[in-house]
Design a protein around this ligand. Structure first.
Ligand code: CMP
Length: 218
């Protein structure tokens, strides 16, 4: 818990209280934690493993919002506003999640308002990311979107690592485009020596070049 941004700068005593308020739960890979539209007001901290946040639309298509790893927080939106879950959450790699229910949440933030500030910082970060995403997805061409998805995956799933294992379908879900378009764009990026393609893998050869592509600069 001490590692999560939720408890940055919070007194040690708060961590003691928090350890009692959070409940640890183990989830196997593939387990659905909750679905978009569910009612439920618990916040989760990833202790270990990996979780993905996504939405499924009526026509069966999926949009991937994020991959979350150790220390990261999700489910705070319904906890804060009592509205249904805005997205679905599924375990990608066996995970231990720390769950905080509303009672525990209130007793914590009443005593340690720093936690509330940290939660606001987490939401501000997410809004910044969502703004960037909106910009890239609404204005940039397919190549910008695909470049954006590669950069996002590298940051979220590989801690900045450059060799990504993924299918063209996954990349399509992340970049809000079709699989055929992903294949076409990847071939172009390969020809420009920005990526190297393997079977089931994409290596980012020039991350800053890809950032330029993402912003429509090249
Ligand atoms: P909540 O609406 O309670 O349940 C779904 C959760 O997914 C939501 O809270 C956030 O924690 C998380 N979430 C929603 N949208 C995004 C996004 N664009 N990026 C990362 N996480 C998100």
């Amino acid at each position: 818990l001490a590692q999560t941004p939720l408890f940055q700068g919070v007194p040690e005593a708060a961590l003691q209280v928090a350890r009692e308020a959070f409940v640890a739960r183990s989830y196997p890979a593939g387990k659905l934690i909750f679905e978009a539209g569910d009612l439920g007001a618990a916040l989760y901290v990833v202790q270990s493993g990996k979780v993905r946040i996504y939405r499924t639309y009526f026509d069966g298509r999926e949009r991937m919002f994020a991959y979350l790893g150790p220390g990261e927080v999700f489910g705070e939106m319904s906890l804060l506003d009592d509205q249904p879950r805005s997205a679905s959450a599924e375990v990608v790699e066996d995970a231990v999640l720390l769950v905080l229910y509303q009672d525990g949440y209130w007793s914590l933030v009443r005593r340690y308002p720093e936690i509330l500030h940290n939660l606001a910082v987490i939401l501000a970060k997410r809004l910044r990311e969502a703004d960037l995403e909106l910009e890239v997805l609404s204005f940039e061409e397919a190549r910008g979107r695909v470049a954006y998805a590669l950069i996002k995956l590298s940051r979220q799933l590989y801690n900045g690592g450059n060799k990504l294992r993924l299918t063209h379908m996954e990349l399509a879900q992340l970049s809000g485009t079709s699989r055929e378009t992903v294949t076409r764009v990847l071939h172009a990026l390969r020809d420009e020596e920005l990526v190297k393609l393997g079977s089931g893998s994409v290596e980012l050869l020039d991350p800053s070049g890809l950032e330029e592509v993402m912003l429509g600069l090249r």
